[in-house]
Design a protein around this ligand. Structure first.
Ligand SMILES: Cc1ncc(COP(=O)(O)O)c(C=O)c1O
Length: 398
């Protein structure tokens, strides 16, 4: 099967995991720090907190940003449900800003409208769709004016750079950035996630929340008198300052993550080459275009998503997907717009309020893109897609 995305593992990764298994330390050991510091240094952020999943990272970031009852969180309708669920986990209200049809990222105009209509907005969560960075300086400015915190959902964007050359995750235009290490992402830890930040108080809060809300580092004690035995701090004493979680990541995962991380640039280079080949081959076909028109040079290239005018092509998307699947090619639609899900409809959201997202959803199809995809396999995918969609070549593209 040729999946739309999959991880790459080599002997070095396997050895890194074996080494941890032999080390005697399975969790809360040195690999976590080393992995966090490596990512923080690479993206150019002061701090990093590794957690058990990207979803946990979003949950903790929403808490640290102060989203909660009576507050809303604005994100994109074209994302994985986790981006919006973060608002619900903390008792906040999810709000959506429609996408820009050329980038599939949150549109600045829609964000400004959403901020104006929702003065309770506490956080803005732009999603770097498929690894293409959002216009962060503009988003940050709009959020600042409304008194909202920016949390970047960079689940797709580890290794991507902003137009000014700085890396996604540097938090130059946000308080926090989160990453996911799910196996289809740029690098994997099996399950895992990370939050980067330059804000020391957010960092300390994230460290506590990751581990039950218990004091970390040299956090001042809230009830210091309880800690004292004959005037000296008791060695066993710890305080749970607030309600936190067990969102810790293991040493096993971090050792794998670190080994994978060393290959990140190589992974992205290959993805970029594959994207170039897809653009070239598919660019000649009518009613077919890459979903993200421009600016992908510095993308993380997590997905290769097409927009196909199925009606004009005279084929149904489900039929195309089925035909490809019969040939061992697995495609996917990223994503069902979040407001379409029953849970979100029950909350009163109406998908028709996001016309660009709806139109995109009608046309989207992600085709295989991953490090191990060979040139031959890619050609096979292109040919199979051409046949399944009855593409016609045209110099005047539709
Ligand atoms: C845009 C986006 N945000 C958040 C997540 C959640 O990450 P995880 O699967 O690691 O919990 C994902 C992952 O699937 C994602 O694609």
């Amino acid at each position: 099967m040729i999946h739309y995305g999959r991880h790459h593992l080599d002997e070095e990764d396997i050895q890194a995991v074996v080494d941890v298994l032999r080390s005697g330390s399975l969790t809360q050991g040195p690999a976590i720090d080393v992995f966090e510091q490596a990512v923080a240094k690479y993206v150019g952020a002061k701090y990093a907190v590794a957690v058990s999943s990207g979803t946990a990272a979003l949950h903790l970031a929403a808490l640290a940003a102060g989203v909660g009852p009576g507050k809303s969180l604005i994100t994109s309708p074209i994302t994985f449900v986790a981006s919006a669920n973060a608002a619900l986990y903390v008792g906040g209200r999810p709000v959506f800003a429609d996408i820009d049809p050329d980038t599939v990222n949150m549109s600045l105009g829609s964000l400004k409208e959403a901020l104006a209509k929702n003065p309770d907005a506490r956080a803005v969560v732009p999603v770097h769709f498929a690894g293409l960075p959002c216009d962060m300086p503009a988003i940050k400015l709009a959020a600042d004016r409304a008194g909202a915190v920016v949390i970047e959902d960079a689940a797709h964007a580890l290794g991507a750079t902003y137009p000014d050359g700085s890396r996604v995750g540097s938090c130059a235009h946000s308080q926090m950035t989160m990453f996911s290490f799910h196996p289809v992402k740029a690098i994997t830890t099996g399950e895992g996630g990370m939050i980067t930040t330059n804000d020391e108080s957010a960092y300390r809060k994230l460290l506590r929340l990751r581990s039950h809300g218990i004091n970390k580092l040299d956090d001042p004690l809230m009830l210091p008198e309880q800690a004292l035995v004959n005037g000296v701090r008791a060695p066993w004493y710890y305080e749970m300052e607030e309600l936190g979680y067990n969102y810790r990541i293991t040493e096993i995962q971090c050792a794998l993550g670190l080994s994978q991380f060393r290959k990140l640039d190589k992974f992205i280079r290959r993805r970029r080459a594959l994207v170039g080949a897809y653009d070239k081959a598919l660019g000649e076909f009518r009613y077919c275009r890459p979903a993200q028109a421009e600016g992908r040079e510095q993308s993380g290239h997590h997905l290769y998503t097409l927009r196909l005018k199925f009606k004009s092509l005279g084929v149904e998307r489900a039929r195309v997907m089925q035909t490809l699947r019969e040939q061992g090619i697995v495609t996917q639609v990223h994503y069902v717009p979040v407001p379409m899900h029953p849970h979100y409809r029950r909350l009163g959201l109406n998908p028709q309020d996001y016309p660009n997202a709806q139109e995109y959803y009608e046309e989207a199809l992600s085709i295989p893109l991953f490090f191990d995809l060979t040139d031959e396999q890619q050609k096979f995918v292109i040919n199979a897609l051409e046949l399944a969609c009855n593409f016609s070549r045209s110099p005047n593209r539709a």
